[in-house]
Design a protein. Structure first.
Length: 487
């Protein structure tokens, strides 16, 4: 089975969030199951720097506005999954990130930048593919950035591949002025309610949801949630109409990279048989961050984007109460200026109890995940979430909201689950500051009982969090698509 996996980011080439982790790990897992898979990604400078064995693959002519691009092919540094790169310096090699400049302002030509990604994906699926003899059976798109690919494929009679869209976060919809329909060479007939039009704009994500042969989300609960007005972000009607076709497949994590027994970023490794090393990692983290070194002080960890979605405003509102109870906080992340300033102010007032690191730091994310006692993740909505799984893997029980992938991956430490050895964390019934404070207090109460706490830690660490089950579910989905006609 030939699969073209289309994404705007993939770890370790380039990363802004969880999409990159999935785009690095899932193709590798599919390759391990025997799939002939290739990743398609824009040619950012970081991608070209980190990719191995780069060769020229083809040149594509007659593209909207830019004329032509080169296609390069290389391999992932660790997994050796083939990667096709769209080499177009004017679009992708810029100072800043994949979606925005260094000041955080989105690139004004994002419609073109990701329209070209989608167009190239569709062209690679044609019988006369510029990649030569290699033509995909499945074009697997991810989020809005590759969302026009199913629409382009729909209007290309030469494309016989099936299209899949994975919804990682419905809140980001890729909406642009209607004039981009013509500029990106979409047929005029596509610009309607039964097509790419969404509130008088072109929506990349709506195009994917409407035209794709299959829709997946990154957790079973999120697949149900997006069909409601609370979580559908205006697209719940269309999603509900295709509800019987939406499949929720819980993400996995890269268990070789995220493994406390071998993690090179930790001062000491540990596993379920011997958790003693975790205390040493905690002490080293406290010293590194300038926190008072005390193994008995509950250390609460946060590694997250600082946004309303992630519920960190709720945590900020109860943080002083938590600190007055004798806890410490180690936070790594960035995002909304008000939240950044709020946590930085907290660290200034409580320098030995609070450490705040603004930005992204891969080694520190591992160290906080391992050194913290409790992981805080009170998201208002969370399609899947990976950090709570890292917390489970590292024996750092997470506090989460009962939503999306958090509900699917964390079992509350209630009496029944404790009795059945299934308790792995603490689940709030809904996102609320009072519920968060109560959950933190409950977790700290359990933390004081060393035997009970070790049981919760080990329950989480023993979960099968890898990609094997999820990758098999994707293969079954692909096979089912190939055995039925196009929509």
């Amino acid at each position: 089975m030939r699969i073209l996996f289309v994404t705007s980011e993939a770890y370790p080439l380039i990363k802004t969030g969880g999409l990159a982790d999935v785009s690095g790990s899932l193709p590798a897992a599919l390759k391990g199951l025997g799939a002939d898979i290739r990743i398609l990604i824009p040619g950012y400078a970081a991608v070209l720097e980190k990719l191995k064995n780069i060769e020229h693959l083809a040149r594509i002519q007659h593209l909207p506005l830019i004329g032509s691009v080169n296609l390069l092919i290389g391999t992932m540094p660790d997994t050796h999954v083939p990667v096709i790169v769209i080499d177009c310096p004017s679009l992708y090699q810029r100072a800043g990130g994949p979606y925005a400049d260094a000041s955080g302002r989105e690139w004004e030509d994002n419609a073109l930048r990701f329209g070209i990604l989608s167009r190239v994906a569709a062209l690679l699926s044609r019988n006369d593919s510029p990649a030569g003899d290699w033509r995909p059976d499945i074009v697997h798109c991810n989020d809005w950035q590759s969302g026009l690919a199913p629409a382009y494929m729909h209007y290309m009679p030469e494309s016989h591949a099936r299209s899949v869209i994975s919804l990682h976060n419905l809140a980001f919809q890729g909406c642009f002025p209607a004039g981009w329909v013509e500029r990106l060479w979409l047929p005029a007939e596509s610009y309607q309610m039964h097509g790419v039009e969404y509130h008088h704009q072109l929506s990349f994500l709506k195009a994917a949801i409407y035209y794709s042969d299959a829709i997946t989300t990154v957790s079973p609960t999120y697949a149900r949630e997006i069909q409601t007005s609370e979580f559908g972000f205006g697209m719940e009607g269309l999603l509900a109409a295709r509800g019987h076709e939406i499949q929720g497949i819980l993400n996995g994590i890269e268990t070789n990279e995220w493994n406390p027994a071998t993690d090179p970023y930790l001062t000491e490794n540990y596993d379920t048989n011997d958790l003693s090393g975790k205390k040493h990692v905690k002490s080293a983290l406290q010293r590194q961050l300038g926190l008072a070194e005390d193994e008995h002080t509950p250390l609460l960890g946060v590694v997250s984007r600082l946004t309303h979605q992630k519920g960190l405003d709720m945590f900020l509102s109860v943080a002083e109460s938590v600190l007055k109870d004798g806890c410490q906080i180690a936070l790594l992340g960035g995002g909304e200026a008000q939240l950044e300033h709020g946590f930085q102010s907290l660290a200034q007032r409580y320098p030995q109890q609070v450490s705040v690191t603004i930005g992204y730091n891969e080694p520190l994310s591992h160290q906080i995940m391992a050194g913290a006692d409790i992981f805080i993740m009170p998201s208002r909505f969370e399609p899947c979430g990976l950090n709570q799984m890292y917390g489970l893997r590292y024996g750092t029980p997470p506090i989460v909201t009962h939503t999306g992938g958090l509900a699917d991956s964390v079992r509350d430490s209630n009496e029944e689950n404790l009795k059945n050895h299934e308790a792995t964390g603490f689940v709030m019934p809904y996102a609320d500051a009072v519920q968060l404070l109560l959950s933190i207090e409950r977790a700290i109460g359990y933390y004081r009982n060393a035997e009970l706490w070790a049981q919760i830690q080990r329950n989480g660490m023993r979960q099968d969090l890898g990609w094997s089950h999820s990758a098999q579910a994707y293969v079954q989905l692909y096979e089912s698509l190939l055995n039925r006609p196009h929509r």
